[in-house]
Design a protein around this ligand. Structure first.
Ligand code: MN
Length: 349
């Protein structure tokens, strides 16, 4: 579909965001309430009200699933987008609203995929607040909407998926073979202050710290010993976890031996083994060859995927930079195209 004919692969971007206008209405109500979550207020509250060019560009692109988006994809040479409900999705809502609105959002995204089947693939948004309803929505997404992956925007009101009360979601994801993309959220109330007071709570650093922590909590809580076939996806070069692998492995074993924490239990494998066997990693927001190659060397070339992070990081020049990476043609095609086709079960491009 790209205007170029020379490149020997399709570019499939795998962490791309949308926001139905109806969701922004719900957000406006939440923002008008009392005791608004400080991370939500600082992030969506800002983007939804700022007159800055960046904020207006983001809000316009987020709400479009047709010509604006397709125009940008053509301009940047993106053949296909894997699209998810933008953070915090339904996870900032109360439980009932989250249950009903996740269905609305998923129906809208499925309709857009029907309109543009060779350009879009959708992820299933789930009401994490109600794990049984989330499990049902995964089933509906797979069997009725033709979607094959799940989006979860990190913590839900400060709660983490390492808590066994959420594990029905993992059971459903494993049973339906739907990988879960663990995407950043703004930081929870009990964590945000020391980041926000210096302006480092967002994508610059805080998101990576919190989402990396969440992924690590999922590993150390034993989720993958209980659900060995479950697959997760993390963006932003694995939120730095590949770089931490050696220390995580050494200190996990040392902490188990010391019996210092009830919550650090023996696992069947090393933390880095789960990264290698249960995680795919995208380069969203990190168009940087050394980090991409290092991550490939840790988790394997079959587990690292391309992503742009549209519209938050719509950077056309980054696409060209990624094309120029010094990497075998075979590995580059896996990075841009074939890994994504496998992970998200993309048939039409
Ligand atoms: Mn993103």
């Amino acid at each position: 579909m790209s205007t170029e004919t020379s490149k020997p692969y399709l570019r499939i971007a795998t962490e791309e965001a949308f926001a139905p206008p109806e969701m922004l209405k719900i957000y406006n109500k939440i923002l008008a309430g009392s005791d608004v979550d400080p991370g939500f207020k600082g992030l969506m509250g800002f983007y939804m009200s700022s007159p800055s060019e960046r904020a207006r560009h983001i809000m316009r692109c987020l709400q479009d699933l047709d010509q604006v988006r397709l125009g940008h994809m053509d301009e940047a040479g993106i053949d296909h987008q894997v699209i998810a409900l933008t953070a915090p999705g339904v996870q900032i809502m109360d439980k009932d609203t989250a249950v009903s609105f996740s269905r609305v959002a998923n129906d809208q995204l499925a309709d857009a995929v029907k309109r543009h089947p060779t350009r879009f693939t959708g992820m299933i948004a789930v009401p994490v607040q109600d794990p049984q309803a989330a499990a049902k929505e995964i089933e509906r997404g797979v069997t009725q909407l033709g979607m094959n992956s799940v989006i979860i925007n990190s913590h839900t009101h400060g709660e983490y998926l390492s808590d066994t009360k959420f594990w029905d979601i993992f059971a459903a994801a494993e049973a339906h073979d739907t990988p879960i993309y663990l995407h950043p959220n703004s930081l929870p109330r009990n964590m945000i202050q020391s980041f926000q007071e210096c302006g480092l709570d967002g994508a610059i650093y805080g998101f990576g710290v919190e989402t990396g922590l969440h992924a690590l909590r999922i590993i150390t809580s034993g989720v993958f010993d209980r659900f060995p076939k479950l697959q997760m996806i993390i963006g932003h070069m694995g939120e730095a976890l590949p770089f931490w692998s050696y220390r995580l492995d050494y200190m996990h074993q040392a902490t188990v031996r010391s019996q210092r924490y009830e919550s650090i239990k023996p696992l069947k494998k090393k933390p880095s083994d789960y990264l290698r066997e249960n995680f795919y990693i995208t380069n969203s927001g990190v168009a940087w060859e050394p980090a991409i190659k290092f991550t490939q060397s840790i988790v394997g070339v079959d587990r690292v995927l391309y992503a742009m992070d549209y519209p938050y990081q719509y950077a056309v020049d980054e696409v060209t930079a990624m094309d120029k990476m010094s990497m075998s043609a075979e590995d580059k095609k896996m990075f841009f195209q074939t890994n994504a086709q496998k992970v998200f079960k993309i048939k039409a491009v």
